[in-house]
Design a protein around this ligand. Sequence first.
Ligand code: ZN
Length: 117
Amino acid sequence: MQITIACHQCSQDKRPLTPCPVCQAPPLAELELQAWRFSLHTLHMARIERTPRASEVVPSRRPQMTPLRAVVTVDLEQEPAKQAEVAPIVPMEPAIPADEALSFDWGDEPRKLRGTA
Ligand SMILES: [Zn+2]
């Protein structure tokens, strides 16, 4: 659906913001947008306020509800699935004792810690 407006020169229907295809009149942006908004509003208000008619209601295309029958064949001759491998537990003890941990000497001057955080 395309909302058209009347040309301001020849009154032929045309799309807003485009030159008139009949008389080639250049578009008038503000007036054409106002006319377009008014036409759009009028069209949809008419649709909203229209009294519904039963003849317009399309019967639903609901499929017939018949029971389905599914057959599942399980081949029990296949070898059983392997059990999942046990995940290694992270040791609670450190790998290296704390007093043997490597230290790094970056050659920094010892800094005085701030008294307050
Ligand atoms: Zn025109």
